[in-house]
Design a protein around this ligand. Structure first.
Ligand code: NAD
Length: 489
């Protein structure tokens, strides 16, 4: 397991020699020590990204970059087991989910390889001008060296969502993974180098957010910042971007609603509700953590939900039967337990609420459900980022929509109903960047991803993800043989 920074094509220690411990959340043992980079390391990494961008990389064709991206995709796929196990040990998630992450990361590089290929033909667009003496075109160019900052809940996948389109566009990058889960990003840099990515094109600086992260977003040579993380940090990042007048994309938190009408198939509904909140231990930005259920089926659905939640196998992510692993860190564990303790006062705890009796060590938490949650209770309002579901009932469709939209977040929402006309009507009324009908959470690299309101702005994935790393230049030519004389014309 590599533990150093990756700068300019090689592994180096943090210049100050400092390290940080990454903890295996299932055992609470130290998984490894990663370099704790700071401003001086960011300066080195950005300088390498600037040199690489000014050199040959920006002049590569999309087809040349596509070859590299496909090699990276293949290398990730061929290392599926090792990468997935590394992710489980660093993050805690069940192995099957980590394997999906690896598959999705490989698919992301493959998808952006195809778009890089297409970019050669789509590079320039002619613009029809009314004045025939001029001709004009819009040329797409890579935006430049980018700062990419990712969180700990999908360490490899969130890195792939940013690195793949950035490289496809012809940008260079400095990637700053979370200090809580640094290792898969370091390995990703090594995979990219082994695939032939030139030195300096992708640099990885592990370190703390307030040091390495803050230095990256403040660096004057960074031309774009792509950030995924919490709302308060996103707001800090945006302030720093404003100082440098730099574009920024923000993928932030959520408190997404799942509306369930009484015409649903209960088994189908239970499966998606459970997946929507307990997948990745609920540490999912788009988790459908607010359940809004039609009053007539609420008692039946609640009983079934409690039964299903109580039966989830909890344990180390490395055990094949596990469906719910530990939370990522002691800090996150304490934060989620704090929400649960406060919610006991004001909401009805109907499932879970504490450490599973059979697990004495590790940051394990039972799947937890609160019913009859008041709309002004923090458990209804705030992102908990843990396996905690808050429930309310509704009587009319308009009430369900109003409850779902009454949030400062707007990342995702889901509606479950057998009535297709109603499903489309509700989907259009929901104020969120992503709406799922009769499902929750499926994510496709082809489709746009991002939120509204405090959930951020800008879109990742699909063509929208690539557009975020491209700038457009207008090139206009005066093609008339006649001399131009503004004074006489
Ligand atoms: P966080 O905001 O604490 O940290 C995110 C990243 O920012 C980390 O790499 C951290 O080191 C860095 N950072 C911290 N302070 C910084 C600063 N001052 N300047 C620059 N960088 C700094 O978030 P987290 O706890 O790692 O992740 C959980 C959050 O991420 C949740 O709110 C979740 O909803 C959100 N998230 C959103 C999406 C999405 O697509 N919308 C996806 C995954 C996670």
């Amino acid at each position: 397991m590599r533990t150093q920074l990756f700068i300019d094509g090689g592994f180096v220690d943090a210049h100050a020699g400092r390290t940080l411990a990454s903890i295996d959340p299932a055992t609470e043992a130290v998984l490894g020590m990663a370099a704790a980079g700071d401003k001086a390391d960011i300066d080195r990494a950005v300088a390498a990204a600037v040199r690489a961008f000014a050199g040959d990389w920006r002049r590569t064709t999309g087809a040349q970059r596509a070859v590299l991206l496909r090699r990276i995709a293949a290398a990730i796929a061929s290392e599926r087991e090792a990468l997935a196990r590394l992710e489980v040990q660093d993050n805690g998630k069940p192995l099957a989910e980590a394997q999906w992450d690896v598959d999705d990361a490989a698919a992301c590089f493959q998808f952006y390889a195809d778009l890089a290929d297409e970019l050669d033909d789509a590079r320039s667009t002619d613009i029809a001008l009314p004045d025939q003496r001029f001709e004009s075109r819009a040329r797409q160019e890579p935006i430049g060296p980018c700062g990419l900052i990712v969180p700990w809940n999908y360490p490899l996948l969130m890195a792939a969502w940013k690195v793949a389109p950035a490289l496809a566009a012809g940008c260079t990058a400095v990637l700053k993974p979370s200090e809580v889960t640094p290792f898969s990003a370091i390995r990703l840099a090594e995979i990219c180098a082994e695939a032939g990515l030139p030195p300096g094109v992708l640099n990885v600086v592990t370190g703390f957010g307030h040091e390495a992260g803050a230095a990256l977003v403040a660096h004057p040579d960074i031309r774009k910042i792509a950030f995924t993380g919490s709302v308060p940090t996103g707001q800090r990042v945006m302030r720093a971007a404003a100082e440098g007048t730099r574009p920024v994309s923000l993928e932030l938190g959520g408190k997404s609603a799942i509306i369930v009408f009484d015409d649903v198939d209960i088994d189908h509904a239970i499966a998606w509700i459970m997946f929507g909140i307990f997948w990745n231990q609920g540490q999912v930005c788009s988790a459908t953590s607010r359940l809004i259920v039609e009053r007539s089926i609420a008692p039946r659905l609640t009983d079934r939900l409690i039964e299903a939640a109580s039966a989830i196998p909890i344990g180390s992510g490395l055990e094949p039967a596990t469906r719910l692993g530990p939370l990522v860190s002691r800090e996150q564990y304490g934060k989620v337990l704090g929400f649960i303790e406060r919610a006991r006062n004001g909401a009805a705890l109907v499932a879970g609420g504490g450490r599973p009796a059979h697990l004495a060590r590790g940051f394990f938490l039972e799947p937890t459900i609160f019913a009859d949650v008041p709309v002004d209770h923090e458990v209804w309002i705030e992102e908990i980022f843990g396996p905690v579901l808050a429930m309310r009932t509704f009587a009319a469709e308009s009430e369900a929509i109003q409850l779902a939209n009454d949030s400062r977040f707007g990342l995702a929402a889901a509606v479950l109903t057998a009535d297709t006309v109603r499903a489309d009507r509700v989907a259009e009324a929901l104020d969120a960047g992503i709406v799922w009908i009769n499902c929750s959470q499926p994510t496709f690299v082809e489709a746009p991803w991002g939120g509204r309101k405090h959930s951020g702005f800008g879109r990742e994935l699909g063509r929208w993800g690539l557009a975020g790393y491209l700038d457009v230049k207008q090139i206009t030519r005066y093609r008339s043989a006649a001399a131009w004389d503004w004074y006489r014309s």
